[in-house]
Design a protein around this ligand. Structure first.
Ligand code: CTP
Length: 400
């Protein structure tokens, strides 16, 4: 399996004085488990909420609190912490910390370390909704964005102060994806990509449908990887149990016809289209408005062919656009894959062996046979996340 994107990366977490600081202690622990080298800087007010000992224990490193410490190491800490960082995550970021950063101040260890750094700085605001909505805070956020900081928007909901609104610290899953993006080479920056994922459901009546075993995991892994590599990602997804990957715009569909409609609406504006969805080839000819009683169900189901979305995309492909298909096969993988590549006018096809228990449908792992216009290549047996990155490595080479 591939290494975590965080492995060996120097990540500085700047903790400010907010009740949400306790959540960030968990983040430090997650990053340390992923083998990141986590250094924590705590402001004075942060230490009113959580002790440095908590962060030291969870990050596995000493916590920095003072601008001018007594120890030799600490004398130049305000410079070295920022200079050596691969990324700086300020979480929770208070209105006060954001105002000082927006003004370019360097009046404590955290703000000084930020100014002394050229690493990507991610800011996760957390505060009372009215403070967050104040024009001064809005102005500071705007200024921070203009200065190149990445602001990860807070969420809406009930706050510790019992007020409801925007200002709750973003969830770790979201922050982790943005942090991963900041540490990943941006070889898809400026590209808009469309990924389809999951099965489609073809209803027979309000209770029953035809579908297949696709879990959506491969398509979601592709969408997540594309976001990390800098792309703007649209994910058109059939019904799955998976949460939408952070940073990705998801459009949910149910049937092949709905998928076709959404895919065609986006296709022209995308430089890469990856059709990982397992689209049902047929739908019941008749859709009953009311549930059909079991005694009345015909023994033979009459089916109607669904549109082949990928084939249509191949016909209308514009020059420079990269079109990638998937094929689920249980035998003659190379022959079947090549036929589909040609028939559907694809640049690349990923052939899944659905015969194995650890590849294809539902599995966490995969092994893909990749066929392009110039040859074929068997990717290693690995996680779907790693497979997604290996696939994007090949797709990037096909971009004009
Ligand atoms: N696909 C599609 N629209 C369909 C059927 C398939 O866009 N109605 C796309 C899938 O998203 C996938 C590829 O085509 O990228 C898979 O093709 P597949 O269904 O395996 O091949 P078929 O050409 O339908 O051939 P067969 O089922 O006979 O293997």
């Amino acid at each position: 399996m591939a290494q975590s994107v965080f492995s060996g990366k120097r990540i500085v977490i700047g903790v400010c004085g907010s009740i949400a600081a306790f959540k960030v202690a968990g983040w430090a622990s997650e990053l340390a488990k992923d083998e990141a080298l986590v250094s924590v800087v705590m402001t004075g007010s942060a230490r009113e909420f959580v002790t440095p000992l908590t962060f030291a224990a969870l990050s596995g490193n000493e916590v920095h609190t003072a601008m001018f410490g007594a120890g030799r190491e600490e004398v130049m800490a305000h410079i070295s912490i920022g200079r050596d960082a691969d990324a700086i995550l300020i979480a929770p970021a208070t209105a006060n910390a954001m105002a000082r950063l927006a003004a370019g101040m360097a009046d404590d260890l955290l703000t000084t370390a930020v100014l002394a750094s050229r690493a990507r700085v991610l800011i996760c605001p957390a505060m009372n909704p009215r403070m967050y909505d104040h024009p001064a805070t809005r102005r500071n956020l705007q200024m921070l964005r203009e200065l190149g900081y990445w602001v990860i928007d807070p969420e809406s909901g009930m706050m510790a102060c019992k007020e409801e609104g925007e200002g709750r610290l973003a969830e770790w899953d979201t922050v982790r994806e943005h942090l991963a993006r900041s540490l990943t080479p941006q070889d898809l920056l400026g590209q808009r990509v469309l990924v389809t994922a999951g099965p489609t459901r073809e209803p027979l009546d309000p209770a029953r449908f035809l579908s297949n075993r696709s879990s959506g995991k491969m398509g979601y892994a592709l969408a997540r990887a594309a976001f990390r590599r800098g792309a703007e990602v649209i994910l058109v997804s059939g019904p799955t149990a998976l949460p939408c990957p952070a940073g990705v715009t998801r459009e949910n569909v149910r049937t092949a016809c709905e998928m076709r409609e959404r895919v065609l609406a986006h296709a022209d504006g995308c430089s890469v289209i990856v059709k990982a969805a397992a689209v049902a080839d047929y739908r019941p000819e008749i859709l009953h408005e009311h549930k059909v009683k079991k005694e009345q169900i015909a023994k033979e189901l009459v089916l109607e062919k669904n549109p082949d979305i990928l084939h249509e995309l191949g016909r209308r492909k514009r020059p420079g656009q990269v079109l990638v298909g998937f094929a689920a096969e249980s035998r003659d993988l190379a022959d079947e894959g090549l036929k589909k590549l040609n028939r559907k006018n694809l640049d690349l096809i990923a052939v899944n062996d659905i015969g194995g228990a650890r590849t294809g449908f539902e599995a966490e792992t995969n092994q893909i046979l990749l066929i392009s216009r110039t040859g074929s290549e068997k990717l290693p047996f690995t996680s779907k996340a790693h497979t997604a990155d290996l696939l994007w490595d090949r797709i990037v080479r096909l971009l004009p």
